[in-house]
Design a protein around this ligand. Structure first.
Ligand code: UTP
Length: 415
């Protein structure tokens, strides 16, 4: 069987005849591009993910318990000094790196272009999200007399635009040689019948495989090896869309070192028991972030002896990992969650269809699903007004408007 025939057989086996029809319509170069794609896709895996979308969600007997955390507000001065000393030691000696996950589609925000290129309307002139992050890291570099290596995860879709944007803006004054971009993996989008969507470029339409893809992408792109070569011991992994994210928090780092854990996370307390956020817990003895939809209402309202919510620590995408933890996770398959979303595609007549309703499944791994691979996590409760100004939605909660207010108020308090 020649190579083309093998591809056709594969597509038949997995019920993707429409791609065979597409191949017939393409010129040689276009055909080659699709065949290359087909050869890279794990059809068995993707069909399994599709079958899972048809299954009822299994309710397993899980043992859910609250998780311990430290409240930064309640630490003594001695504790803070000791944590800060431990954390500073690592950063000053060049053993600390930062990863920004910037491969998301930012569909809710509706900004055309990578989310980091969104300009938040602060102080009249405005600042790009990438600019805000660069400023935060530059401040840490000055304070600790170092240059923290900054790894930025992009998607295949937004990598070039991100690169051009950073070049054009001179990396916002960051040492260019210490900024490394790397692309995350992708998975095909499937319609309700399990058929892969075809994109405008006449290729199989794929989308980034979720922020949990960060671990395997770090390894597969050689970034993990690069970190090891530089002698990095601790890595902060955060999102691109929190305007007051602290990427070099020595208290968080020192607490992790002091507790001898491999992973640590900053939380903020839930605004109210019904807030739709994932919260930390222990499930079957392992750390876990449980989605609001999976937490029974009674548990969501439960309080401890101090009147604090027992399941009140929200995950805000502010996580620390040892280099060994990243290596370990990068070799373990994380589960994929499916999201039913609106995605445009090219139909059998070659016409572009822009759906008004969700029409396809996107598969994503989540960073926090890695936590259960460990026995323990150190959690530091921060403060919403100091740590969390998300830019998620176009309007309303967690929008540019709320993030601008939080950002300006935060900096006002620093004066
Ligand atoms: P979200 O899950 O909030 O996604 O990402 P998003 O892309 O920003 O927005 P929506 O859901 O499409 O509206 C949280 C963080 O994870 C990154 C995002 O860039 C953001 O920093 N992310 C998400 C990735 O890097 N890759 C992905 O595949 C998904």
């Amino acid at each position: 069987m020649d190579k083309n025939e093998e591809v056709i057989q594969l597509l038949k086996t997995y019920n993707q005849e429409h791609i065979i029809n597409l191949l017939d319509r393409l010129d040689e170069k276009e055909k080659e591009a699709v065949i290359e794609q087909v050869n890279k896709i794990d059809f068995h895996q993707i069909m399994e993910l599709y079958q899972n979308t048809k299954k009822e969600i299994e309710i397993k007997e899980n043992k859910i318990e609250s998780i311990k955390y430290l409240d930064k507000e309640k630490l003594t001065k001695n504790e803070i000094d000791e944590f800060n000393r431990l954390g500073e030691e690592i950063i000053v000696s060049g053993m600390y790196a930062v990863v920004t996950m910037a491969g998301g589609q930012g569909t809710r925000l509706g900004h055309t272009g990578p989310k980091g290129t969104f300009k938040l309307d602060v102080y009249g002139k405005g600042k790009y999200l990438f600019e805000i992050l660069a400023e935060n890291l530059k401040e840490a570099n000055k304070k600790y007399n170092t240059i923290i290596p900054w790894y930025i995860m992009t998607s295949k879709e937004n990598n070039d635009e991100t690169q051009e944007f950073l070049e054009k803006n001179n990396y916002f004054g960051y040492d260019k040689d210490s900024v490394m971009l790397f692309e995350q993996g992708e998975l095909p989008l499937l319609d309700t019948e399990g058929k892969m969507l075809i994109g405008k470029d006449l290729k199989i339409k794929e989308a980034s495989d979720g922020n949990g893809g960060v671990f395997s992408s770090l390894r597969l792109t050689g970034m993990l090896a690069d970190m090891k070569e530089r002698g990095i011991k601790w890595v902060f992994i955060g999102g691109v869309d929190n305007a007051i994210l602290k990427m070099a928090d020595v208290t968080l780092l020192g607490m992790a070192i002091n507790e001898h854990v491999q992973i640590a996370s900053k939380s903020v307390v839930k605004a109210n028991p019904q807030e739709r956020v994932g919260v930390f817990c222990k499930m079957n003895g392992h750390p876990k972030v449980i989605e609001y939809s999976e937490l029974p209402e009674k548990m969501a309202e439960e309080v401890d002896n101090n009147g604090e919510l027992k399941y009140g620590e929200s995950h805000i995408m502010c996580n620390l990992f040892t280099i060994d933890a990243i290596e370990k996770i990068s070799k373990e398959p994380l589960i994929y969650h499916s999201a039913f979303k609106k995605n445009s595609y090219i139909d059998e007549d070659g016409k572009e269809v822009i759906p008004n309703e969700p029409n396809s499944y996107k598969f994503e791994a989540f960073i926090f699903d890695s936590f259960e691979l460990f026995d323990d996590i150190a959690i530091l409760r921060g403060k919403r007004e100091d740590d969390f100004a998300p830019v998620k939605n176009k309007e309303g909660v967690d929008s540019p408007k709320t993030a601008k207010e939080l950002y300006e108020k935060f900096w006002e308090r620093q004066k």
